[in-house]
Write a protein that binds this ligand. Structure first.
Ligand code: GDP
Length: 365
């Protein structure tokens, strides 16, 4: 999974990116790293892994991973090539979801590119750039499609879709809100890989005082929440500056610090939960003496598809899966006891894998 962090300059993107990648690299005993100054791989915190790893005396515990890309430089006019605009926009095209950082904190020392803190205006500025960029894509597609549309029914139908989409985007609306007529249109829309079709998580960057109560008294946060809700997006409150401090701490100190601040989880955890939710993702687990590992799949994935995450051979030669839920397994204390109690199920090709399933695949090679 790949998440792109966007937002206007000086809203706290880099601060957030640096803290996420630092915290994510240190929370796991695993060589996560920053591949590139703007790309970081972050471990998905999952307390179940350590418990399972101990249970199986695993040599290694491997968490699921998320890739974050810090997409700086998105400014007004980016779609027209201002700054390094187009390059940044093409970076966004590769991500699964967009984390849009919105400044909700006042600080006279940190200038705002538009002179004042106004989250809705900022969101609109960024969204417009994304819309412009999508329109360009559609225009190119339109030019190609119209060439053959006279003698080709499918192309003619696509042309009609492109025309409606264009009108929709010209109205300042995101592709996400576009009403498709049938599955064919939906597939086409997906294939365009439009920026404004991607799921969005708004990160309302607040000052420390607003963190404990999730910004309920901050009117700007309320605006962001309402906007996100209307759009079908996620929103959460973060203080990038505090995240940076949290990222410096050891696991135990981190817990105490969060408690002192009145917080249940760190910003990284909130962001991961939001992205799992908006992308419809869950984790299943595999465990053994060699390694215990979390695997990310789309909710609704059947057993062979889940097996394919590990290796394509597992999917091709899938026979069945032996499955016990994490809760049942840990309550029993070990796999054999769970089996004796009848809590280990043998599931076939149609089984839909659940979050927290501990799975052993049986397959032919
Ligand atoms: P970017 O341009 O969006 O990447 O913004 P930066 O992360 O570089 O942040 C711009 C400035 O805002 C830096 O001086 C940060 O220290 C400061 N900053 C970031 N997050 C916060 C915050 O939550 N509160 C306050 N007061 N300042 C912040």
């Amino acid at each position: 999974m790949k998440l792109g962090i966007v937002g206007l300059p000086n809203v706290g993107k880099s601060t957030l990116f640096n803290s996420l990648t630092k915290a994510g690299a240190e929370s796991a005993n695993y060589p996560f790293c920053t591949i590139d100054p703007n790309i970081g791989i972050v471990a998905v915190p999952d307390e179940r892994l350590k418990v399972l790893g101990d249970l199986y005396h695993s040599e290694k515990v491997v968490p699921a991973a998320i890739e974050f890309v810090d997409i700086a430089g998105l400014v007004k006019g980016a779609s027209k090539g201002e700054g390094l605009g187009n390059q940044f926009l093409s970076n966004i095209r590769e991500v699964d979801a967009i984390v849009h950082v919105v400044r909700c904190f006042e600080d006279s020392n940190i200038i705002h590119v538009d002179g004042s803190v106004d989250p809705l205006r900022d969101i609109e500025t960024i969204n417009l750039e994304l819309i412009f960029s999508d329109m360009e894509i559609l225009e190119r597609r339109f030019a190609r499609t119209s060439k053959g549309a006279k003698n080709d029914k499918a192309l003619a139908k696509e042309l009609e879709l492109l025309e409606r989409l264009k009108v929709h985007l010209e109205g300042g609306k995101l592709a996400k809100g576009f009403a498709v007529l049938d599955e064919e249109e939906e597939e086409l829309l997906l294939s365009y890989n439009l920026l404004t079709y991607k799921p969005v998580i708004y990160a309302a960057n607040v000052k420390e005082e607003d963190l404990a109560d999730e910004g309920v008294n901050n009117e700007k946060v309320a605006q962001v929440r309402e906007f996100a809700k209307a759009e079908g997006s996620e929103a959460f409150v973060i203080c990038a500056q505090i995240e940076q401090e949290i990222a410096e701490l050891e696991e135990e100190e981190k817990k105490m610090f969060l408690e002192e601040l009145g917080l249940k989880e760190s910003g990284l955890e909130k962001l991961i939960a939001a992205s799992y939710h908006i992308l419809g993702l869950i984790s299943y687990l595999t465990a053994g003496p060699k390694e215990t590992k979390a695997w990310t799949i789309k909710r609704g994935t059947k057993a062979p598809g889940a097996a394919g995450k590990i290796h394509s051979d597992f999917e091709r030669g899938f026979i069945r899966a032996e499955i016990v839920s994490y809760d049942n397994l840990t309550e029993c204390g070990n796999f054999n006891l769970a089996k004796e109690k009848g809590l280990v199920r043998s599931e076939g090709k149609e089984y839909v894998v659940q979050d927290g399933d501990v799975v052993l695949f049986r397959f032919n090679v």
